[in-house]
Design a protein around this ligand. Sequence first.
Ligand code: MG
Length: 251
Amino acid sequence: MISLKFWNIKSAIPLLLILALNSTLLIAQQNKKEWGPQPVVVQPGKNGKAPSDAIVLFDGGNLDNFVSVLTGGEAKWKVSGNKFTVVPGTKAIRTKQGFGDCQLHIEWKTPQSDSREGKTGQQNGNSGIYFMSKYEIQVLNSYKNETKPKGQAGAFYGNFPPLVNASLPPGEWQTYDIIFKAPKFNKDEELVEPGSFTVFHNGVLVQNHVPITKPTAAHNREFPLTEQELPLMLQDHKNEVSYRNIWIRKL
Ligand code: MG
């Protein structure tokens, strides 16, 4: 028979404690392995400002991140303070940098002058945000200004109307938060895999993962469909629409 004297058990206590601690650490390490890698830490922005990993395209100052689509040179839209405004007739502007799958935050405002001048439908506060210069989320005054639903604010133009009309009146700043997944085309420009749009207008869901299978009619044809990343384009539709606080995260 094995028998332990009292003094033997007492002297084994530190060893037992170390063994217990070690096995706890081993279990914790094993659990962490099973969790997989930790997500990257991002510092969120306050009041709609850019989070720490976003590319800021405009936050006041200048249009250095954009060029004119017409000339390829300086973007000729008017910057004042923390916003810029379409100069009708100068044509669209686009980012210098290309983007594919992304999250975009953009704020926009349509002019009150269009309503005063009696402009209605597609002529009132029209602009647009073309992802990859090809897929348009419509910008329009859609506050008490009826038009074709697939062409109102929050529409994936010509494809899907917004789920609801979350528009604010002209002259008020509005927000879009947009998740874009690019469609994939083969070398013959045939669709291989549809993309998708998810859009929040003033915080309200207006496009819920709708498919993208083809470009919007007025897309920029200088770029082939086969590209993975292309510039973000803002439309000049001859209305003095303003933009501010634009940031983008590549996904
Ligand atoms: Mg438009």
